[in-house]
Design a protein around this ligand. Structure first.
Ligand code: AMP
Length: 402
């Protein structure tokens, strides 16, 4: 069976087609500027050059129409008829407390996900528009929802309740949810496979360090804590997001700089993180290059980033009463050996011993701890699309998902 994976943003859409007989990627693409002048689709059949088509696309339905044309194209296509697509897996950002795993989407599920729109006002409407467009253009094809929040739904109340009036949780669902769940779930499964064990036999800390970044503590297969919270703003220092700050800073800056709530939201999400500290870039490559030249604020940004990762690493070791495996993934985690060295530095007493030689690698699945290290340290490239395709395939073939 072939599965189409769709990740809809407000004006963009990413897609992939995977052949689930061997989980191979057949094609991938991106539609940009949907509903804006200059709409464009970039399609890549694996093994062939990219093909680009600029054509007006008023909405997501038209965009998906062009995706379907690309999939069926005589040269760049990967299928002869849409009947070959057995199911569509949709990335949906927020499932609130409704779902702890992926589901076959029914009208009732769509209703539930619409109720989550206040929790993810930018993402859920776009995701649901994508589902509706696919349902219209591919009637009869099963649609599966895969949620960023689902994997973290096993967190106990002490991990997800904020110490603010309880009524805000009851009335508005203000609690910690966690994000990047599909990535954390993928690397947990892969880590267990690499170690020849089941997730249920392991205490794993997954470090998804990319432009957005989060850690998850996965105790015997169940997430017990994660660093992102009500929104993806909480927790680690990120490319442009602040992560944890004293909430009193918000009202202080708001009053002192006479900013609106929207302006402040924009500063904390888009102008903070390592960009805010360094004043240079949100990209770790740029910051590292500047730090090497002696730029103190660039070095400080890197130090603060590492400090926060280690802060949570320590917290999660205590929460789980130990750790068997630490996984590094996503843009920084997969590619930046210096980050991995600095996170693990001086932790030998905790049984965490990175092998510098094995760590001298980028984006490759491998064990990077020493043979003596009690805690296995793994580098695992994440693959959220494959995880979405797997869940989709398992649901529609009746295998079910955990
Ligand atoms: P992601 O959000 O997972 O796609 O990660 C993107 C981020 O990974 C970029 O913004 C960079 O900061 C970081 N990155 C990618 N390659 C490298 C590298 N070779 N060294 C350091 N950081 C990298």
């Amino acid at each position: 069976m072939k599965v189409l994976v769709i990740n809809c943003g407000s004006s963009s859409l990413k897609y992939q087609v995977l052949d689930m007989t061997d989980e191979s990627l057949l094609c991938k693409g991106l539609v940009e500027r949907i509903g804006i002048d200059g709409s464009v689709i970039t399609h890549e059949k694996i093994g062939m050059d990219k093909f680009k088509l600029e054509t007006p696309m008023k909405n997501h339905k038209e965009a998906i129409g062009h995706v379907i044309d690309a999939l069926l194209d005589a040269n760049h296509g990967v299928i002869k008829s849409m009947d070959e697509i057995g199911a569509v897996g949709h990335r949906v950002a927020h499932a609130g407390e409704y779902y702890n795993k992926s589901v076959l989407l029914t009208p009732k599920d769509i209703e539930n996900l619409e109720k989550c729109i206040p929790l993810a006002p930018l993402h859920n409407p776009a995701n649901l528009t994508g589902v509706a467009a696919c349902q219209e253009l591919m009637p009869g094809t099963p649609m599966v929802g895969v949620f960023d929040t689902a994997f973290h739904q096993t967190m106990p109340p002490e991990s997800y309740i904020y110490a603010i009036p309880y009524e805000y949780y009851e009335k508005y669902g203000v609690r910690r949810y966690g994000f990047h769940g599909t990535s954390h779930k993928f690397v947990v499964a892969k880590a267990a496979e690499m170690l020849g064990k089941k997730p249920e036999d392991l205490r794993i800390i997954t470090c998804h360090l990319g432009n957005g970044a989060s850690l998850a503590a996965v105790d015997h297969g169940k997430v017990v804590d994660t660093t992102m919270g009500f929104t993806p703003l909480e927790g680690l220092v990120m490319g442009t997001r602040s992560g944890d700050i004293d909430p009193a800073i918000v009202t202080f800056i708001e009053k002192t700089e006479k900013l609106s709530a929207e302006e402040l939201d924009n500063i904390l999400n888009k102008k903070s993180g390592v960009l805010g500290i360094s004043g240079i870039s949100s990209d770790f490559r740029d910051i590292e290059a500047e730090a090497e030249k002696g730029n103190k604020r660039a070095q400080l940004a890197l130090d603060v980033f590492i400090h926060r990762v280690r802060h949570y690493l320590g917290a999660y070791i205590v929460e789980m009463g130990g750790v068997d495996c630490i996984v590094f993934t996503a843009g920084v985690g997969e590619n930046d050996k210096a980050t991995r060295i600095n996170v693990c530095k001086g932790l030998e007493e905790l049984g965490i011993e990175l092998c510098e030689k094995r760590n001298d690698v980028r984006g490759e699945e491998r064990v990077i701890s020493t043979d003596e290290s009690k805690v296995k340290i793994l580098l695992i490239p994440t693959n959220e699309e494959l995880m979405i395709a797997r869940d989709t395939f398992n649901i529609v073939t009746g295998k079910g998902v955990k």
